[in-house]
Design a protein around this ligand. Structure first.
Ligand code: NAD
Length: 294
């Protein structure tokens, strides 16, 4: 079994780190929040005094941080993880961040003689706790092969997306589709209501017709048809609208940097900006149907 350093024990990282422990690895942890560190140490992890302390003498490092700026500040520079970890340490960043930052950090790790992957996840807090996440992995074949057994401890599907940054690219492209699709499904239900078509009937028909998609059949934005939808729980997240907005912003940054126009992606970002401004922090992204009703 390996020695693993884990940094970022929040909603997602907490569950993921516990699955690394359950797999029998020796775990050293660090988070700015002492409380979450104390909780996992009761279960067998060891507290590190800093992020760099967490990576000294370990075989592999996993980070699960909020955004690109956190990842860059933790990994890069004289006091960063890359400088502190020994040559040959495997680095896995599972945070959802912008493609350019992911590539910059992987390039720095590679230059220091380390294998590193960007490995963002699909699946929420429950999947993180259950070890059933989907990992989208960017990096060399060698880095992917080295990372796969650890990611396997935390996920159900581990997919090699391509070179460094491709994991982040897959994540934002997927979530741009999701944001657009949720709005399209919500608009259709709003229109159906006005046309006197019952929501149950539209669901029964479209889930068997060409409008079918995950936002309809697994996460229907109206109460009723899908028992587990946040719509049946007063639109409590689930997948928070703020998280969707973060991913749609990342998609637009990437589109701009690549010189691509994605008009519906842009419009979805604008609509989610408006929606998050007017809703509670724990509002699910499917709640946008209530704003679209007017
Ligand atoms: P979170 O805010 O709950 O956790 C982030 C943790 O990082 C916090 O505990 C914070 O204290 C810690 N942290 C921040 N800066 C740090 C630093 N410099 N050193 C050490 N610790 C630091 O966030 P989360 O919901 O766990 O999300 C983490 C990542 O996963 C994000 O990039 C998010 O977009 C992505 N993600 C989240 C979900 C979800 O449903 N929550 C789903 C898929 C992907």
């Amino acid at each position: 079994m390996a020695k693993v350093g884990f940094i970022g024990l929040g909603n997602m990282g907490g569950g993921m780190a516990r699955n690394i422990l359950k797999a029998g690895h020796e775990l050293k942890v660090f988070d700015l929040n002492d409380q979450v560190v104390a909780e996992i140490c009761v279960e067998g992890a060891t507290a590190a005094s800093s992020a760099t302390d967490a990576v000294r003498g370990v075989d592999a490092v996993i980070t699960m941080l909020p955004a690109g700026k956190h990842v860059k500040s933790v990994y890069l520079g004289e006091n960063g993880l890359i400088a502190a970890a020994g040559e040959g340490t495997l680095m896995m960043d599972c945070s959802t961040i912008d493609v350019d930052s992911a590539r910059e950090v992987v390039a720095a790790a590679t230059a220091a003689g380390m294998n590193m992957v960007d490995a963002p996840v699909s699946g929420g807090v429950a999947a993180a706790a259950m070890g059933s996440l989907t990992f989208m992995v960017g990096g060399t074949e060698e880095a992917f092969t080295a990372a796969e057994p650890y990611l396997d401890n935390m996920g159900a599907n581990i997919i090699h997306a391509g070179k460094a940054g491709s994991g982040q690219a897959a994540k934002i492209c997927n979530n741009m589709m999701l944001g657009i699709q949720m709005i399209s499904v919500a608009e259709a239900f709003v229109l159906a209501e006005k046309l006197g078509l019952e929501a149950d009937k539209l669901f029964a028909i479209s889930s068997k017709a060409s409008g079918q998609c995950w936002s309809l059949t697994s996460y229907c934005p109206v109460p009723g048809p899908v028992e587990t939808s946040p719509a049946n729980n007063d639109y409590k997240a689930g997948f928070a609208a703020a998280m969707m907005l973060k991913d749609l912003r990342l998609a637009q940054e990437a589109a701009q940097s690549a010189g691509v126009t994605t008009p519906l992606g842009q419009m979805s970002r604008d609509l989610y900006e408006k929606f998050t401004d007017m809703s509670a922090d724990d509002m699910d992204f499917s709640g946008i149907i209530n704003m679209l009703r007017g």
